[in-house]
Design a protein around this ligand. Structure first.
Ligand SMILES: [Zn+2]
Length: 128
């Protein structure tokens, strides 16, 4: 498992790469380059949505890392392009949903709601 320090460094490096890419794109506004670390959107794999407007991520044609702040603990998090593709296409997640909680808070909420996966559910029972 990676330490927080390593993880932070990875995030910082990724931000630097994205910043460089954004500067590059600003110089050539017409170019439609997919950013590094992005994944193409496969529209036919998305969960059905009954709306005339396409979800925001469909228009550029790729998933891009999104920074967000966890609603519960306020930690700065990144919802990566790979996670978005997995959520929207493999899990058939609602196309208008986005990540709002960090991994830890998500698990805590699942335990609170009684929807914890088997292993952590047992863990929670043992702790009581
Ligand atoms: Zn959190």
């Amino acid at each position: 498992m990676k330490s927080n320090k390593q993880r932070r460094q990875e995030i910082r490096q990724k931000r630097e790469r994205r910043k460089a890419w954004k500067a590059e794109r600003a110089r050539q506004p017409d170019s439609r380059l997919a950013p590094p670390g992005s994944f193409p959107v496969n529209c036919s794999a998305l969960a059905p949505y009954h709306s005339y407007g396409d979800p925001l991520f469909v228009r550029p044609g790729w998933y891009e890392d999104q920074d967000f702040t966890c609603h519960d603990c306020g930690a700065e998090q990144t919802w990566t392009a790979a996670q978005q593709k997995w959520w929207y296409e493999d899990c058939q997640g609602q196309v208008y949903s986005t990540a709002i909680r960090c991994r830890t808070c998500r698990l805590n909420k699942r335990i609170r709601d009684g929807r914890a996966p088997a292993a952590s559910g047992q863990l929670a029972k043992q702790q009581k």
